[in-house]
Write a protein that binds this ligand. Structure first.
Ligand code: ASP
Length: 291
């Protein structure tokens, strides 16, 4: 059986030169946190959550602390997780300010529902013991500045915040994928991207685990994650399937972005059609990062 493996991304886009090193290092730190779970024999789901939680805590990324804001300047978070060997999945969308939406998704794996949205989803999370915090606890100066640029000055809603995600293979070869985001800066209230939608921004089965980042509407319309996984299942080389689908998202569906992928035997695979995508990985031999 192949070694355990954990791969994370910190969003695709054009990350400013000054923060590139920190963006990549944050991914490596998250990969190591997930890797520590795998090293102790933890499950792929537990490892994905541990890695994503570190990224959600890091204000550099567009998830949890430092997330993007809606047109109305409010917080609306999306997250999902999927366990490959059982096909269990959980997505939450348009959530209130929870510091770690990935933990809500992990808890929701035990429920029969696959997608919960808005106020009822936030209320369910509170009933499960998760703490909703005042929005200013998750709102950083940098996010507010970017909101002003996009909403008041008309700058392009650069999604390079960026969304975070992880894919993992545990010691038993079981796969999982998770993604967490504040969505696009200045999005319409109620808008939901690809990240919490199973088969689009997040997908895992027993052959492939994938987490995407980028222009969510294009990833939704292309049903990105499920199509990549099917291509791998039916024999396409994983790296080629990833590249081909990301080029199709760009060329046919009109959106750029990136994704990470692993299979029971291969990985880490990462590809992007943006200028870059911060990512980091862990194996029992060590960890590294790139952008
Ligand atoms: N895909 C995310 C969304 O559209 C944004 C991102 O990846 O940065 O909500």
């Amino acid at each position: 059986m192949a070694d355990p493996l954990l791969l994370v991304h910190g969003g695709a886009g054009d990350i400013p030169e000054a923060s590139r090193a920190a963006h990549a290092a944050g991914c490596q730190e998250a990969a190591e946190a997930g890797g520590a779970v795998l090293a102790e024999g933890g499950s792929s789901v537990a490892a994905v959550c541990a890695a994503v939680e570190v990224l959600e805590s890091n204000p550099l990324y567009n998830a949890g602390t430092g997330c993007a804001l809606t047109l109305a300047g409010r917080i609306s978070l999306d997250a999902a997780i999927m366990e490959g060997h059982t096909g269990q999945a959980a997505g939450l969308a348009a959530l209130d300010a929870f510091p770690h939406p990935i933990r809500l998704a992990e808890r929701m794996l035990a429920e029969s529902e696959v997608l919960m949205v808005g106020q009822p989803a936030s209320q369910w999370a509170e009933r499960m013991g998760f703490r909703r915090v005042p929005e200013n606890e998750l709102t950083t100066e940098a996010a507010l500045k970017q909101w002003h640029r996009v909403v008041e000055e008309g700058a392009s809603p650069n999604f390079a915040g960026g969304t975070v995600g992880a894919v993992a293979r545990d010691a038993e070869g079981r796969l999982a994928a998770g993604t967490s985001t504040g969505g696009t800066m200045g999005k319409k209230p109620g808008r939901v991207g690809d990240s919490p939608i199973i088969g689009c921004g997040t997908y895992a089965d027993n052959q492939c685990a994938v987490s995407a980042t980028g222009e969510g509407e294009a990833f939704l319309r292309s049903v990105f994650g499920a199509r990549v996984a099917d291509a791998v299942r039916y024999g396409e080389v994983p790296a080629e399937a990833l590249q081909r689908m990301l080029e199709r998202v760009r060329d046919f569906f009109g959106g750029i972005g990136g994704a990470i992928l692993i299979t029971p035997e291969s990985g880490p695979e990462a590809f992007w059609t943006t200028v870059g995508m911060s990512h980091g990985w862990w194996t029992p031999q060590g960890s590294d990062c790139a952008i």
